[in-house]
Design a protein around this ligand. Structure first.
Ligand SMILES: [Zn+2]
Length: 344
């Protein structure tokens, strides 16, 4: 039976550990409830028994230094030895977080390696704390270390081309900064604007040999699937196809769902799975890692939508919203800006 499943089905792996619940503080939107709700939703999904689970290993400390600076790493390490403390108004560090946050990064990397070398077909790292706002020098926006960037960095080192697709409602400023001058990691983000962290403008397309390898679609509040889809169809997917990545990493933020109080975009649950489906046509080797998403009534369904798509069991949920598509200017300007680098 196991052999038959291995021959016929997709091998989708989930990285998760209860250790992530240790990163928690009262009344913060990025809390331990999030992954609890998501894992419970997954347990109720019809395809749950088809999933495999792996424990997140701790990322070796020296790998942090490849993308983050010493001061930032030391600060987290020091706080984590004794107490909970705040790095800024948004971002907290708990006791043992030096271990917990390295498991979030290490779990994402372990899964990415397994998918790249064929031990798994694809997977989702349900990890916390999130990562895409952590810059080379600063932990911020609920993020301690940049999980997705650490994975991309470690794999690109061996000559692999990595696409990072970031549909979180916030711009992944940290990820953009890490790879801004590189052409072996392509970063594509749509996000709502104006919004935290204030970066992610159309003009930010990379520098040096990385020019053209950083793509931002800053959409207005109230834009939804129609606006996003035009960007995906005519800019992100054609560029991704030409880039021809060896692996796709997805910064899976569920705060672009229409009911998220930290959001502003109007996406429905099914669209989270649909987004992956479209990128799977470019490269089926895909690993999602959890970023934002704060509406506890919806984030479980968003996760089930994406994991269902990865595992070959597309899901459908009743969910409707309205959309005011005002993205034409962004679309036209972004396309023009990137045309010197890609056939669009
Ligand atoms: Zn977010």
């Amino acid at each position: 039976m196991v052999i038959l499943k291995a021959l016929l089905g997709m091998k989708t792996e989930i990285v998760y550990s209860d250790v992530f619940r240790k990163h928690d503080t009262i009344s913060h939107p990025e809390n331990a409830e999030r992954t609890l709700v998501m894992m419970n939703a997954l347990k109720e999904a019809s395809f749950y028994d088809d999933l495999s689970f792996i424990d997140p290993p701790v990322l070796p400390e020296e790998m942090l230094y490849h993308i983050h600076n010493q001061r930032m790493i030391f600060e987290i390490k020091q706080i984590s030895e004794t107490k909970t403390a705040w790095l800024d108004l948004d971002t907290y560090v708990c006791k043992d977080d030096f271990d917990t946050a390295r498991r979030a990064a290490g779990g994402t990397l372990a899964l990415a390696k397994r998918v790249l070398d064929g031990r798994a077909d694809n997977g989702f790292a349900v990890v916390r704390p999130p990562g895409h706002h952590a810059t080379p020098t600063t932990s911020m926006g609920f993020c301690l270390f940049n999980n997705v960037s650490i994975s991309a960095y470690e794999l690109a080192k061996f000559g692999h081309k990595i696409l990072i697709f970031d549909p979180d409602v916030h711009h992944g400023n940290g990820t953009q900064e890490v790879f801004y001058a590189r052409n072996d990691v392509l970063y594509q983000s749509f996000h709502v604007s104006p919004h935290f962290p204030g970066t992610g403008k159309i003009e930010e397309i990379g520098k040096g040999k990385g020019k053209g390898y950083n793509m931002n679609a800053p959409l207005a509040h109230g834009n939804g699937e129609e606006a996003v889809q035009q960007i995906i169809d005519d800019i992100f997917i054609p560029a991704a196809e030409q880039f021809n990545p060896d692996l796709i990493l997805v910064s899976s933020g569920f705060d672009s769902h229409h009911a998220d109080r930290m959001g502003g975009l109007h996406l429905t649950v099914d669209y989270f799975g649909d987004l992956l489906k479209q990128f799977q046509q470019i490269q089926p080797k895909m690993v999602c890692t959890l970023e934002g998403g704060y509406n506890l009534d919806w984030i479980g369904k968003c996760l089930v939508s994406q994991v269902g798509q990865l595992a070959g069991f597309p899901q459908h949920f009743e969910d409707t919203t309205t959309e005011k598509n005002t993205s034409q200017k962004v679309y036209t300007k972004l396309k023009k800006k990137l045309q010197p680098f890609w056939k669009l």
